[in-house]
Design a binder for this molecule. Structure first.
Ligand SMILES: [Zn+2]
Ligand SMILES: [Zn+2]
Length: 220
């Protein structure tokens, strides 16, 4: 579903976004059922081939954002980009440190969803660029959490760093957040950016975002 021109959102357990930038990229991949959803949409609505997705960017390593990563990477042949501090978790080379409650929950869901590990092709760092988007490293929710910011279009993809709370902005879900203090500090980095729309990892996108973000940061 095209939510703003050239950005298509897929909901479910988490959001993922197909972005028609200089090249087509997918931001997060959601759970395994998304593979079919995204490929059908590419074919039937956009009249594009799976290979037109050149890059898959992962906002952070949590299973609900990488569920269909293995399959989608295979079908599209896209390069996988993620922050270097989460790359080893996505590739299954290291076990991530998790808050206690979420550890139990996540491990259970990992078994149910049989999430596969995938090697990361592009290790992202602060200020790297993918097309029109700049990478902002916002650790806290996970060590390698990132935002993707498009200055010209005044939009930002935030993964789980921020959530929609109706007419307000909320922080990351605390039980799944490794270091809340660090997450709060990270969000302060966004304060002076010109942002109209925030694309979140769960729930609705946030419009009139600049003022709401200012209000939220004031409370941190
Ligand atoms: Zn998360
Ligand atoms: Zn999430």
């Amino acid at each position: 579903m095209e939510v703003v021109p050239k950005i298509h959102q897929f909901g479910g357990m988490s959001n993922c976004y197909l972005v028609e930038d200089e090249e087509m990229m997918l931001i997060d991949t959601g759970n395994p059922v998304n593979t079919k959803k995204i490929l059908n949409y590419m074919k039937n609505t956009l009249n594009r081939n799976p290979e037109d997705i050149k890059t898959i960017v992962i906002t952070h390593h949590h299973f609900d954002h990488i569920g269909s990563l293995g399959k989608l990477k295979k079908v599209t042949g896209a390069k996988l980009a993620a922050h270097k501090d989460d790359a080893n978790y996505i590739a299954g080379k290291e076990k991530p440190e998790e808050p206690f409650i979420s550890k139990i929950f996540i491990n259970l869901l990992k078994i149910i969803y049989r999430s596969k590990t995938v090697e990361v092709d592009i290790l992202l760092e602060e200020n790297d660029k993918i097309g029109s988007y700049k990478i902002i490293h916002t650790p806290g929710h996970t060590p390698g959490s990132i935002c993707l910011y498009n200055e010209n279009d005044r939009i930002i993809f935030v993964g789980d760093n921020l959530t929609d709370k109706g007419d307000k902005i909320g922080g990351p879900p605390s039980i799944f957040t490794l270091n809340m203090e660090q997450a709060n500090e990270s969000i302060k980095k966004l304060e002076n950016l010109d942002i109209d729309v925030i694309f979140t990892g769960h729930g609705k996108i946030i419009s009139e975002a600049k003022e709401k973000l200012k209000e939220y940061i004031k409370m941190l």
